[in-house]
Design a protein around this ligand. Structure first.
Ligand code: A3P
Length: 283
């Protein structure tokens, strides 16, 4: 079902009024992404920074409870929904959303909350989103890769157009405290990204803590960690495709035909040409 022309999960659109009224608090930190661009990775990094690298504290609950997903208004992961978990959580809260700029509940702007945005190159993002549709029963049937890619480029997928999302959040950072990060930079230089996040949050990051976070949030550690790898959730069939799947830059080359890649390059030039937003799709 759509909200203002953006396809959203049925649970989200049914409770849209309540989500729109969500009450942000000034010390909330919001992690915002288009789906499959490194959300969970960033959630774990922020939770680790906020708990001074304490591994036990960061294993207190699955990431879905530690960093609630504000527009998830159905109890998919636990007996309470992300929305209810967020509402009930004591401050300081770290929250997650995939909403495009125009659908962000207005209280986040009013309270001037810090927002960490993560963007990923569109080709890898599309591939990862395709596999996520295949393994997650709560997502619509993706069809085959060709069909999915056509829908993705047209913005006819849940959370809408990738292009609008990354471009509109890029513009929003000019008038709001938004740290705009790229998955590719996180991958190439995790230490630098973690330091940037800590600086943005105005939190201390002693070197041993930084090293602990780098180690704990690398791909292999995250893949093996049941607190972040979504294995406890039965609506995801990880034998079809793991939630934490490959974690690389350039996997799109295994999926795109040359024609599909060239077609998407034309769309990228048209959609992002006017901005100074640049992505790296290979090493
Ligand atoms: P792939 O499907 O390309 O492997 P999200 O959390 O937004 O759903 O993003 C999921 C994507 O981030 C998946 O991409 C997943 O493997 C990747 N990812 C998760 N943790 C990662 C890490 N520590 N390092 C690199 N990539 C990671």
């Amino acid at each position: 079902m759509e909200v203002e022309g953006v396809p959203l999960l049925i649970h989200t659109s049914e409770k849209w009024g309540r989500i729109w009224e969500f009450q942000a608090r000034p010390d909330d930190v919001l992690i915002c992404t288009y789906p499959r661009s490194g959300t969970t990775w960033t959630q774990e990094i922020v939770d680790m920074i906020r708990h001074e690298g304490d591994l036990q504290k960061c294993a207190r609950a699955p990431i879905t409870q530690r960093v609630p997903f504000i527009e998830l208004s159905a109890p998919i992961f636990t007996h309470v929904s992300g929305l209810e978990a967020a509402e009930a959580m004591p401050s300081p809260r770290t929250l997650k959303t995939h909403l495009p700029v125009q659908l962000l509940p207005p209280s986040f702007w009013e309270q001037n909350c810090k927002i960490i945005y993560v963007a990923r190159n569109v080709k890898d993002n599309a591939v990862s989103y395709f596999h996520f549709h295949r393994m997650n029963q709560r997502m619509p049937e993706p069809g085959n890769w060709d069909q999915f890619l056509a829908n993705f480029i047209a913005g006819k997928v849940t959370w809408g157009s990738w292009f609008d999302h990354v471009r509109d959040w890029w513009k929003a950072k000019d008038h709001h405290p938004i740290l705009y990060l790229f998955y590719e930079d996180m991958k190439m230089d995790p230490a630098h990204t973690i330091q940037k996040i800590a600086q943005f949050l105005e939190l201390e990051l002693p070197e041993p803590v930084l090293n602990q976070i780098i180690q704990h949030t690398n791909f292999e550690s995250m893949k093996a960690n049941p607190m972040v790898n979504y294995t406890p959730f039965s609506h995801m069939d990880q034998t079809i495709s793991p939630f934490i799947r490959k974690g690389i830059i350039g996997d799109w080359k295994e999926h795109f035909t040359v024609a599909q890649s060239e077609q998407l390059d034309v769309v990228i030039a048209r959609e992002l040409g006017g901005s100074n937003l640049m992505f790296r799709a290979q090493l």
